[in-house]
Design a protein around this ligand. Structure first.
Ligand code: ZN
Length: 198
């Protein structure tokens, strides 16, 4: 026998597919949503559909954004000769929060992981190499310090080295395996300042 009727079970099932949400939490959220005033529930549903339909990768740096180009790429005061390479849009946001970086970014949308079958062609590497044809003086690799992040950093550095463009890696001190987005701004800024040339 089903514990809850069809539509309730369906909602719980969908919520339980979200990362970090177990069945118990999914049930709690489902009943919370069901008890919401209708306009709030609709606003939540609309926000999900609208984000899904309208968010895409910036044509320049590949971070996720609403417009054709993200706010950083549109900002004429940013130094386009320095590109910081990060794994995802959340990492970009973490560095933006420090308020101390004035270059631009390149978002890989992932990291190389032989274990998960993610190769160099599965992340936005070709797009990064293409950008180096412009006037670029330094590429700062700020991938996570996980195995995948380090593998990716090594791969990128080997790829860029022959071009003569300076390649640097943010300082360790960022905890191993730590997701960049959970690290406080001061630590992130120090990691950036203490970067070493590869
Ligand atoms: Zn952009």
């Amino acid at each position: 026998m089903e514990l809850y009727s069809g539509r309730i079970s369906e909602l719980i099932g969908q919520l339980a597919k979200l990362p970090g949400v177990g069945t118990k939490t999914a049930a709690r959220l489902a009943f919370h949503i069901i008890n919401m005033p209708e306009d709030r529930a609709r606003a939540l549903a609309d926000a999900i559909v609208s984000a899904k339909e309208n968010v895409h990768e910036c044509t320049c740096c590949h971070t996720l954004t609403d417009g054709e180009m993200c706010p950083v790429c549109q900002d004429e005061n940013r130094d386009r000769t320095t590109i910081m390479v990060v794994e995802n849009s959340r990492d970009l946001a973490a560095y933006e929060k420090t308020g101390r970086y004035n270059g631009v970014y390149h978002v890989l949308q992932g990291a190389i992981s032989p274990m998960l079958g993610i190769g160099p062609e599965d992340i936005r590497l070709k797009e990064l190499i293409k950008r180096l044809e412009g006037d670029v003086k330094e590429v700062i690799i700020a991938t996570n310090s996980s195995l995948e992040g380090e593998t990716t950093a090594m791969y990128i550095s080997k790829l860029i080295k022959p071009t003569g463009i300076k390649v640097s890696r943010i300082a360790s001190g960022v905890p191993v395996g730590g997701d960049l987005e959970y690290i406080d701004e001061v630590t992130l800024f120090r990691a950036l300042e203490g970067r070493t040339e590869l």
